[in-house]
Design a protein around this ligand. Sequence first.
Ligand SMILES: CC(C)(COP(=O)(O)OP(=O)(O)OC[C@H]1O[C@@H](n2cnc3c(N)ncnc32)[C@H](O)[C@@H]1OP(=O)(O)O)[C@@H](O)C(=O)NCCC(=O)NCCS
Length: 126
Amino acid sequence: MKLISTNICKTSDIGVNDNLFGGTMLSWLDEAGGIMAACACRSTNVITLKMEEVLFKKPVKVKDQVRIYGKVNHIGNTSLKLSLEARSVNLAEKSEITVCSTCVVYVNVDENGKPKPINQDMGSCV
Ligand SMILES: CC(C)(COP(=O)(O)OP(=O)(O)OC[C@H]1O[C@@H](n2cnc3c(N)ncnc32)[C@H](O)[C@@H]1OP(=O)(O)O)[C@@H](O)C(=O)NCCC(=O)NCCS
């Protein structure tokens, strides 16, 4: 998997259980996946179609650094599917643990928001 982005859990990101709010994690994953999808099909017009099972495996606490990793699993005619993982970083031990994972489908769209074939001849920039 390739590192896409890094986020830090701020006090304003905390939900009612002293953990990172799940919706914030989803936002980080969706944004990172969108960046990877855009690079993979060399288009800025990619839109999220589907988020598959999301597993919140471990809690994220204030000050935790969270790295989002991704991998392109499949490129279809207009869509592509990515695996995404959020990993919390232990800076002292130089280690990471997976805190959340999912698969997301993005669709390449035209200026009217309609599915548009991905030009695979262009090659990926990821
Ligand atoms: C994304 C969107 C343009 C797709 O339009 P659509 O008419 O549903 O698209 P199609 O049925 O032609 O399918 C497009 C692609 O998605 C795939 N797809 C459709 N439904 C799917 C599903 N349930 N699971 C996986 N892939 C699916 C199709 O197989 C196709 O891929 P392919 O061309 O690689 O084979 C439309 O659904 C949309 O605008 N959704 C709202 C997106 C949005 O607002 N996202 C949140 C904010 S970013």
